[in-house]
Design a protein around this ligand. Sequence first.
Ligand code: CAA
Length: 244
Amino acid sequence: MVTGAGRGIGEATARRFAREGARVCLTDVGAEGVTTTARQLVEEGMDAFAVRVDVTSHSEVENAVGGVVNRYGRLDILVNNAGVTKDSLIYKMTDEDWRTVLNVHLTGTFFCSRAAQKHMVENNYGRIINVSSTSALGNRGQANYAAAKAGIQGFTKTLAVELGRYSITANAVAPGFIETEMTRDTAARLGVDFDDFVAKRVQSIPIGRSGWPEDVAAAILYFASEEASFVSGQVLYVAGGPRA
Ligand code: CAA
């Protein structure tokens, strides 16, 4: 189950998992993107379906997780990817900007993880992979997002400690600058041409290029793999450098 799979990192992750043979539930707050992607995957012979889920809704999350278990008999892998930005300097940040970002990233990750772990504990198997960000280390204009993404790291480590006894691992990926609709939206909001925006960001990335959604999907796939069964509570920066 991948949240926020309508576009960007979530979509790339769902596609990668489907290609690897996973049966994938794509969820997003908007139905359109996940419905289209799931249909394409099915047409290509893979097993996928889409559900509209607002991760801030306790009942929608419970229903979606229940739906996966009804359909497939189990839920092995949860990728908490859903997220939004409401960037602004702290002195201009509204209560709503703060609440929205914390609710979607952090409360959404909590709701989905709590619902999923119940079934994972029953099966004595599970992989929870959360999407943090280099912004967890601090980023101008992102007090809300940075707090949520840092919170996800602490949440992930705690899941690892609590759920390890049930052979459930919990890890996080922390992407740096990735070319997605989200970063395109940021450039548009700032009135900057996207190519110029990318070029500027790349100047501070040691590897010398921006990231792609597939780079993050590959790291998530590693945490979900059998080879990673002894790796838990970790944060893997996927940023072309130590923090980019
Ligand atoms: N109290 C009062 N005034 C203050 C203040 C405070 N605490 N802090 C700053 N100010 C004032 C400044 O002095 C300045 O005033 P002047 O008119 O006197 O110069 C004023 O605030 C405006 O400053 P800016 O023009 O720099 O601020 P802005 O409002 O235009 O926007 C920004 C700043 C929000 C940081 C904006 O540039 C922005 O959104 N940048 C992008 C942020 C970003 O990196 N987002 C990441 C998106 S990608 C992503 O999120 C994915 C991922 O995981 C990495």
